[in-house]
Ligand binder design. Sequence first.
Ligand code: ADP
Length: 311
Amino acid sequence: GGTHTQRTGQLGVVKLLDNAADRTFDIADISLCQAIANVLANALENAQLYTSLEKRANALQAAYDDLSLGDKIKDDLIQNLSHELQTPLHQVIMQLDLLITDAFGPLNHDQREMMQSTVNRIANLGELIRDMVSLGTLDTMDMRFEEAALDVIVKETIAKLQPKADKVGLQIVPMIEPNLSHVRANKERMAEALEQLIDNAIKFSPRTERKANQIHVRVENTASAMVQVSIQDYGIGIAQSELERIFHSGYQVDGSRTRRFGGTGLGLALVRRIVEGHGGKIWVESEVNAGSRFCFSIPKFEPKSQNIRQR
Ligand code: ADP
C-alpha cells in the first residue's frame, strides 16, 4: 500500500469519528472499528512483548488470521502495526548493544551472555514481524512482472549475504550458466525469495556440523521454458518425513531446532508463494547430516508476457 491507501485509511477514520450528524454505520465503518480494536488489542499486548516470544508470535498470527477486512485497510493495518512494533524493537536492540560493548561500564560474563541472548530473541521477533508483513501483503499486492536477468539478482543477493556467511566461515559460490535466458519476474520479490533461501542455507550449516564450507547457488536454463535455481548447502539436512511440511506457513521441523536456530517458520512459506506467484515450482532434496538442496524454477521471459499484472 502506498500513500494512496494510507490516505484512504485516514479518511475512513476521520469519517468514523465525525459524530456531528445522525448517521448509521455501514459495513466499512464496522470493519474499520474492528480494525482499530484489533490494533488497540495488539498494542496492549505489546506491553508484555518481552515476556514470551512464542506467545507473541501466536497472538500475532491469530490477529492476522482474524482480520477479515477490506484488503487495503488490512494492508495498512499490517504495515502500521509492523512499524509500531519494529520501532521499539530497534531502540531496545541499540540500547542493549551499547550495554554489551561496555559503553556504560564492564559487564561480567553472565551479564553479557544474558544481554546477547536477549538481543537475539528480539532480533528474531523483528524477523517474525517482517516475514508476516511480507506474507500478509503478498495476497493483496500487485505482482508486477518484467524482463529480468536472474544472474544479476542472484549476484546482488550473494553480495548482500556474504558478510554474514563470512562470520561463520562459509563461502557462497555462484554457478551461473553463461547463456542464461532472461526471466519474467518481480525483481524485489525474487530477491526476497533468494535471500530467504540463502539465509537458511547459512543458518542451517553450523560450523561444527557442516560437510563443506560452501553454499552453491546454481542458475541454469532448463530444457523447458524455465530457468532453474538451486541452493545447495552441506549443513544439517532435513529428515525425509519433514520435506513436505516445511513449506507450510509456521512449520518448523522440531522444537529443539527452533530453540537452537531461532526463526519463524514463515520464510519458506513466503518463498513458495513468491515462486508460485511467478508461475514457478519449488522443491527440496535433502539428507540428514549431509545437506539440503532447495530448487525452484520460474518461466523464461517471453515478449508477449510483458507487463502482465497478476492479483
Ligand atoms: P525458519 O524461520 O524456522 O527458518 P523457514 O520457513 O525458513 O522458517 O524454514 C522452516 C524449517 O525448515 C526450519 O525451521 C528448518 O527446520 C527447515 N529448514 C529450512 N531450510 C533449511 C536448510 N537449508 N537446512 C536444513 N533445514 C532447513
